[in-house]
Design a protein around this ligand. Structure first.
Ligand SMILES: Nc1ncnc2c1ncn2[C@@H]1O[C@H](COP(=O)(O)OP(=O)(O)OP(=O)(O)O)[C@@H](O)[C@H]1O
Ligand SMILES: [Mg+2]
Length: 448
């Protein structure tokens, strides 16, 4: 079997029906950007999205060859995955062979990830809200500094995207960008991952030793993701590297000087971890020299329709399917939703819609579809209804004209014209006294 999968020209993985990786060929670690050892400890469902479906198709007797989302060392990429059943002596399927092939533009992306280069830059970051624009500006300002950056933010807010963009905006952009997920590396391997080891440093060590990530990143940037997961003994060693700018490979007495820019990221509140005693205060201050807090999507709601539009275009092109138009009265539901998974959740929501060619409202609002469209009102004329609807939407978005216009699916200027036409007073704190046009003089204005 081993020689057979080595003959496969592409990357190949054999796993059992529970998803345990049993065999991999030489090409696959490079292709996905993981070490052989890391891959062998992973489950198939952590590597590809849609594993359950793949499994049931194979078990029902079909072969599968599809473009699937693959976790290439934390950078999502699309690869062509072909899956074949392998049967045991009793002719029962007991393993699956998956062959991974790079596709079109992702070929480039896959290689860059494997070679330790950053793919994102600030131009590709989507978001126009004031809050977000300020952060991009700040990111550009601090890009060339030598000081350590600590990026914090909820899951899916773009911490990795920013780390890569900062690197690509700095003078180190042509040097390596090495990402290390401190939470994903087994703790007993983390020191050798970071600093490498000399020949014969421990049983099982490769002859000739191995170079650690810090040395690989020399001259460039190291991205220490999920830094909050790092154990205390490793935290001390990292602190020493930051302070002394030298590393010691395991089993070596040599001090190797390094010039590496550190960007760390976490979705944990490190202050709380310090109080709990799981994170060192001195390391926190060393890392948090240039703090960057990425806002949750619900703090920059103006960007929600923009991101939806962006992913509609991107994913529909990628899957070669039509975009799904979201009716304007549903858009407000998308804007109001809290998006706990942030940008990643939006991307997934759009992908679901494109795949099914239907609008799916974000989770908890499904039952409320369109409820407010059926509210009773006393308006008889079209204009009166339009006016009331505009007021309702303005109230919903706290008089934010940009968001209201987006929701109403009209331009901002058009909305301003209508506000003037219907004499809606935006300075009125709650827009209340003019809300019901059936009993105000506004009605007569409307009917003129
Ligand atoms: N502003 C943005 N513009 C375009 N895409 C974005 C943006 N922010 C995030 N994304 C996309 O959202 C996904 C999540 O981003 P990223 O991995 O950087 O988040 P994260 O904060 O590191 O999340 P986690 O804490 O879960 O690791 C990625 O697919 C990324 O491409
Ligand atoms: Mg991340």
């Amino acid at each position: 079997m081993i020689s057979f999968i080595e003959e496969v020209l592409e990357g190949a993985i054999v796993c059992n029906l529970s998803g345990n990786v049993e065999l991999i060929n030489k090409r696959i670690p490079d292709m996905l950007g993981y070490k052989k050892l890391e891959l062998e400890q992973m489950k198939a469902y952590n590597i590809i999205e849609g594993w359950e479906q793949l499994l049931s198709e194979i078990q029902s007797g079909s072969l599968l060859s599809e473009e699937l989302k693959v976790n290439a060392n934390k950078n999502i990429s699309y690869l062509q995955v072909s899956a074949y059943p392998l049967v045991n002596e009793e002719s029962k399927i007991d393993k699956i062979l998956m062959v991974f092939k790079e596709v079109n533009k992702d070929r480039k992306l896959g290689k860059r990830i494997a070679l330790g280069q950053a793919v994102y830059d600030f131009d590709k970051i989507i978001g126009e809200s004031e809050k977000f624009a300020e952060i991009i500006d700040y990111g550009k300002k601090i890009a060339d500094s030598k000081s350590t950056i600590l990026i914090t933010g909820e899951s899916g807010t773009g911490k990795e995207v920013f780390a890569q963009s900062i690197h690509n905006y700095s003078s180190r952009k042509d040097k390596p960008f090495v990402a290390v997920n401190c939470g994903a590396i087994p703790q007993n391997l983390i020191e050798s991952e970071f600093f490498g080891y000399g020949e014969g440093a421990f049983t099982g060590a490769k002859s000739g030793g191995a170079v650690g990530k810090f040395q690989l990143a020399n001259g460039g940037t190291i991205f220490l993701d999920e830094i909050g997961e790092m154990q205390l003994d490793m935290q001390i060693k990292l602190l020493r590297v930051i302070e002394e700018k030298v590393i010691n490979p395991i089993g070596s007495t040599k001090n190797i000087p390094i010039d590496v820019r550190i960007i760390a990221a976490t979705n944990k509140e490190l202050q709380k971890e310090i109080e709990k005693g799981t994170f060192r205060r001195d390391l926190y201050y060393r890392l948090n020299v240039l703090p960057m807090r990425l806002p949750a999507l619900r703090e920059r709601k103006e960007d929600i329709p923009i991101l939806i539009g962006y992913f509609m275009k991107k994913v529909s092109k990628h899957l070669n399917k039509k975009k799904v138009e979201i009716p304007s009265h549903y858009m407000s539901r998308f804007i109001e939703y809290s998006w706990p998974g942030n940008v990643r959740e939006i991307e997934n929501a759009v992908e679901l819609m494109i795949n099914t060619q239907r609008v799916h409202l974000p989770d908890h609002q499904k039952s409320e579809v369109c409820q407010d469209l059926h509210e009773v009102n006393n308006c008889l004329t079209l204009d009166c209804n339009e006016r009331q609807h505009i007021i309702k939407i303005l109230k919903k978005f706290n008089k934010n004209v940009t968001l209201a216009a987006k929701t109403l699916d009209i331009g901002r200027n058009t909305l301003y014209r209508k506000i003037e036409k219907y004499k809606i007073d935006l300075t009125d704190t709650d827009l209340k006294h003019i809300e019901n046009c059936s009993n105000t003089e506004q009605c007569s204005v409307l009917e003129q």
